[in-house]
Design a protein. Structure first.
Length: 571
């Protein structure tokens, strides 16, 4: 039976590669029965001794795609940053690299031509297709997380064993361990690299009575990763201080610094760490916040906004002037939302100035300024300078004092769009905070466009989550907040390989978006209390943090337990 067009091309490629002779090609073509893809593969491997890899290379050439050996590709937590893991599993694709505006994606099915277009729309990057074996991609998804954690545990054990065993010798050597010794330098680098690959946001180095504990915060939850002999602590802290040019002899006062990590690693990691040291009861402790410079901002729709909130927020960030404030505790995703908003409105005809402490992400087209309090470069002085630099949009990292607050309001009233953050619990409480800082209520009401309070909640693992219908108090909470009761999900306490046994994987934002209207402006001018402002805002269509968290529960993104833990129910 004559071969189909694609099958003929594969067989011809094997002849070109000198894996088949002309006679063997004719023999394949003369084989009775229908030779579809699987039948042809079986025939070539069994009767003509073609190896799976030779067949794979021939297929790549026949389809005009470069073959890619996925089996040797190492998955990291960053692999699925642009294309969600669920999407990759469903369509059997794997992102394997990025070159500028091009995304390298391995496809198991070369015939699905709509898929690259879909990925291009999703990521905003041009897609370069590579051919991978379906089995290799499936193996990656089934083994990926286990390989990752096993590799990580192995490094931890090596470090623990090395320093644990060296303990007694060090005791006798009196000072053999110092910040310039090879093992200490290697240990400091390893801790930072391992934390980065594990998807950590903060590294905690905490001296205890008999040892030093290293803890990583992943998805908002702190977990112990490593214990080291107490002897290693001072030398490790000193090494980290050297990396960020701090005074290693000053152990009595807190110090702040920054590590530009690419100076110290050969792995090509372009990341910075914001470092804070503090004297604790058993020695100096260090906390390092990882600022990944390779990480680009996420598009606004990927941050967890409901469709209603997203439409309102997009309308606010496109206003010609006014003030947009984000509030929430440290680590609630305020910076990422601000950068994503700026990225969406960043065009060549708009001048954007930012004053930040520290600069967390660098974006092309933005003019960013790092604060330096020691020499008097504060948010207030930066803001004054910006007003003379003809900006359209100004981002101020944080409003901390009366001076900054007043200049920010002044900027918003004089034709600039001003975006900043504030530390308050909810959106209505922001008004009271500004009044406390000494800003006149009529100035707030005339400059404010919207306040967005936000938090981050852990996403329930889609692979192992458990469906159930809430009853009793749980049902009551759902009905009271969003008027809905039906099937929701809880986390699986045993977890699965994909979520490393925790039942949760990744995080999603919840938002309380208070957009000003006439009634709200009037209430602000009358200096009404936060509780009254909240009622007015809710009449105007605002969903509270609690309501938004339960909408995420209803959609199956998180659990009721996580929602109540993150935000208490409304009074």
């Amino acid at each position: 039976m004559p071969l189909g067009k694609i099958q003929s091309q594969i067989v011809n490629q094997l002849v070109t590669m000198k894996r088949l002779t002309g006679e063997q090609r004719d023999a394949v073509a003369a084989t009775p029965g229908e030779l579809n893809g699987d039948a042809l593969d079986k025939l070539l491997q069994e009767d003509f001794k073609i190896t799976p890899f030779q067949l794979f290379v021939a297929k790549g050439k026949a389809f005009g795609l470069s073959p890619f050996n996925v089996a040797r590709h190492k998955l990291t937590p960053k692999s699925f940053e642009r294309i969600p893991q669920e999407f990759c599993q469903q369509h059997l694709v794997l992102p394997v690299g990025q070159l500028g505006d091009f995304l390298l994606v391995a496809f198991a099915n070369p015939f699905d031509l709509a898929l690259p277009t879909k990925i291009q729309e999703m990521t905003g990057k041009k897609v370069i297709r590579l051919l991978a074996r379906e089995k290799d991609i499936k193996d990656k998804f089934s083994k990926g997380p286990e390989q990752k954690s096993a590799g990580f545990d192995d490094v931890v054990q090596q470090i623990g064993a090395e320093y644990g065993a060296a303990g007694p010798a060090e005791e006798s050597a009196q000072g053999d361990v110092n910040e310039e010794s090879g093992p200490i330098i290697e240990l400091a680098n390893r801790i930072i690299e391992d934390a980065y690959f594990a998807g950590t946001s903060d590294i905690h180095l905490e001296p205890q009575e008999h040892d030093v504990v290293i803890r990583y915060r992943i998805d908002g939850v702190c977990a112990e990763k490593l214990r080291l002999p107490k002897k290693v602590g001072p030398a490790l802290v000193a090494r980290l201080k050297i990396m960020c040019n701090l005074d290693i002899s000053e152990r009595r006062l807190p110090q702040d610094g920054r590590i530009v990590f690419k100076q110290y690693t050969k792995k090509g990691l372009d990341l910075d760490l914001r470092v804070s040291t503090a004297p604790l009861n058993h020695g100096e402790g260090v906390v390092m916040r990882i600022l990944d410079k390779q990480k680009t901002t996420l598009p606004l729709p990927a941050l967890g906004f409901t469709e209603e909130n997203l439409a309102k927020y997009r309308e606010c960030i496109r206003q010609p002037y006014g003030m947009i404030l984000h509030c929430g505790p440290t680590g609630s995703g305020k910076s990422m939302t601000l950068y994503s908003a700026l990225n969406e409105i960043n065009t060549p005809d708009i001048v954007i100035r930012t004053a930040e402490d520290p600069i967390e992400y660098t974006l092309p087209g933005l003019n960013q300024m790092q604060m330096h309090r020691q020499i008097g470069l504060t948010f207030a002085s930066a803001l004054r300078a910006f007003l003379r630099q003809d900006p359209d949009i100004i981002l101020v990292g944080e409003i901390r004092d009366k001076e900054t607050a007043n200049i920010a309001v002044e900027a918003a009233l004089t034709g600039h769009l001003l975006i900043s953050t504030l530390h308050t619990n909810d959106a209505p409480g922001t008004i009271a905070r500004l009044v406390d800082m000494g800003v006149e209520p009529f100035m707030i009401s005339s400059s404010l466009l919207c306040v967005c309070a936000q938090r981050l909640m852990r996403r329930v693992c889609k692979t192992c989550r458990v469906p159930y219908v809430p009853e009793g108090r749980e049902k009551e909470i759902m009905e009271k907040a969003i008027g809905w009761s039906g099937q929701i999900f809880k986390h699986n306490p045993k977890g699965c390989p994909k979520c490393a046994g925790s039942g949760y994987k990744g995080r999603v934002g919840i938002h309380e978006l208070m957009v000003t209207n006439e009634e709200l402006i009037e209430a602000i001018n009358k200096e009404m209390e936060s509780a009254e402002l909240k009622k007015i805002a809710m009449r105007g269509g605002m969903k509270t943090l609690h309501q938004d968290s339960l909408i995420k529960v209803k959609e199956g993104l998180t659990t009721l337990e996580e929602a109540i833990t993150t935000v208490p129910p409304d009074m």
